[in-house]
Write a protein that binds this ligand. Structure first.
Ligand code: SAM
Ligand code: SF4
Length: 324
């Protein structure tokens, strides 16, 4: 089964938020003192998540990424991961994490079938880490990364959101850090999602890409499973840097994903406000056919593109509540 939206794009990827809570407060993501969390009674239970993912899988979605908020704050996440990775049709289960709790959970998550891991890391300077995230937790993240490497996660990708005057001077240090440890680096442009995203110090990545290309002798490359990132690779292919440029070079025409937030809202596009309430149907005692029909309708309503340029104030929810 293959699933297509109304613009002919194949949809094969679900980003599944398992919590909207987080132990960090990255300046570009969540506002300080944020209180607008979803009530636990509205969180999809593991049974409900398994049912929705099963329906997505029957429709043709093969790849699931657990995200949040910080997914490792959801209790018994490894149990959920094990249930999802053994569903028929799910070929790939991955995780995005801020890494603070990774050391504790890496073994159980790997055993539960998660293979690919993305960890956010915007700086290697402890004081700057605290300034960006609101917590003095760089050492825990680095410890978590090493634990994940020992457990055999692969690839491990480092997501760095590049911000003007905050960490843009650290790009080369993070390139070296990733190169030495075998991590794939992805540089990300800030998106105007919520007030936080709009005030984050946008930097277009094009000039940085060209500088890194000549400094490290990199060439254009294709990375399997690389998603929307455009990659530069070393001539032997061993080192890879992805550039995620939703603002300066949008990639909506190749978008293959939808998002489900912890309260069971389906967001067909990160950069638009369209949404579908899946939880209400699930809790009304629906049949599998009704559930699949609703997911198809939601995917059918996937907008063609974001309007971050035309209408930067449009998306008022925060990345942590949609599921980044
Ligand atoms: N807490 C986990 C983490 O930090 O990786 C997973 C959720 S987080 C919302 C997912 C990704 O979204 C992270 O790589 C983060 O850097 C990115 N992100 C959050 N807000 C953003 C924004 N306004 N613009 C661009 N990327 C953003
Ligand atoms: Fe938390 Fe991730 Fe958002 Fe940072 S980017 S506040 S770690 S959800």
């Amino acid at each position: 089964m293959m699933l297509y939206d109304s613009h002919g794009r194949r949809i094969e990827y679900l980003r599944l938020s398992v919590t909207d809570r987080c132990d960090l407060r990255c300046t570009y993501c969540m506002p300080e003192g944020f209180k607008g969390y979803e009530e636990p009674a509205n969180w999809l239970t593991f049974d409900e998540i398994e049912r929705v993912v099963g329906a997505f899988a029957r429709l043709g979605v093969q790849k699931i990424r657990l995200t949040g908020g910080e997914p490792l704050l959801r209790r018994n996440l490894a149990e959920l991961a094990g249930r999802l990775s053994s569903l028929p049709g799910i070929a790939d289960l991955s995780l995005s994490s801020n890494g603070t709790q990774l050391a504790k959970h890496a073994q159980a998550l790997r055993a539960a079938g998660i293979t690919r891991l993305n960890v956010s890391l915007d700086t290697l300077d402890p004081a700057r880490f605290a300034a960006i995230t609101g917590r003095d937790a760089l050492a825990s993240v680095l410890h978590g990364l090493m634990a994940a490497k020992e457990e055999g996660f692969g690839p491990i990708k480092i997501n760095m959101v590049v911000m003007a005057g905050i960490n843009d001077h650290e790009v080369d240090d993070i390139v070296a850090f990733c190169g030495e440890r075998g991590f794939v680096l992805r540089l990300i442009e800030t998106m105007p999602i919520g007030e936080t995203g709009r005030n984050a110090g946008f930097v277009a990545l094009g000039p940085i890409r060209e500088r890194l290309r000549s400094r490290f002798g990199l060439v254009d490359g294709v990375v399997p499973g690389g998603g929307p990132a455009k990659y530069l690779v070393s001539p032997d292919g061993r080192f890879q840097i992805g550039f995620i440029t939703p603002m300066s070079q949008h990639f909506c025409e190749t978008c293959n994903r939808v998002r489900l937030s912890v309260d069971g809202t389906l967001y067909p596009c990160l950069g638009q406000n369209d949404k579908v309430d899946v939880r209400a149907l699930l809790r009304s005692g629906c049949s599998d056919e009704q559930l699949e029909q609703l997911l198809l309708e939601g995917i059918g309503r996937k907008p063609f593109k974001h309007e971050f340029d035309e209408d930067p104030a449009k998306v008022v929810r925060f990345m942590s509540s949609t599921g980044g």
